[in-house]
Design a protein around this ligand. Structure first.
Ligand SMILES: Nc1nc2c(c(=O)[nH]1)N=C([C@H](O)[C@@H](O)CO)CN2
Length: 119
């Protein structure tokens, strides 16, 4: 199946279970794999016949900025649900959400969800 990748998208969100984390937004990184039929876009060379990755990146940035979840699991899962709802052309979405600045002795922590369109 055809895929569009958005890799290393930096977003800001109020996220975390501790009081000190609720004072400022933190930097998160989003990696997204969008699975859809891209053959029409390939044939017509028309952005209207595909999933516009610039538009999707912007939606994710805005979604994160408005969110107030505690767990990265909750934010990641809601992001995936929102994408599937907003873009019927999507067959499935795999999204990895990283919180890279939180553990002193680890390069990164992340969660990953894969969900399919239900209709
Ligand atoms: N599985 C998770 N574990 C933890 C999370 C989380 O979002 N998912 N969050 C925290 C704190 O907010 C952390 O970022 C600071 O220690 C702890 N564990």
């Amino acid at each position: 199946m055809d895929k569009i990748h958005i890799e290393g998208l930096e977003v800001l969100a109020l996220i975390g279970v501790y009081d000190w984390e609720r004072e400022h937004q933190q930097r998160l990184i989003v990696d997204i794999e969008l699975i859809a039929d891209l053959s029409e876009a390939a044939q017509t060379d028309d952005v209207n016949n595909t999933l516009n990755y610039a538009q999707i990146a912007q939606i994710i940035i805005e979604f994160a900025a408005k969110s107030q979840f505690k767990l990265i699991e909750a934010l990641a899962s809601h992001m995936v649900d929102w994408l599937l709802q907003s873009f019927p052309k999507l067959k499935s979405v795999r999204l990895k959400l990283s919180k890279p600045d939180i553990l002193a002795n680890a390069k990164n922590v992340a969660v990953e969800f894969t969900k399919e369109q239900t209709f």
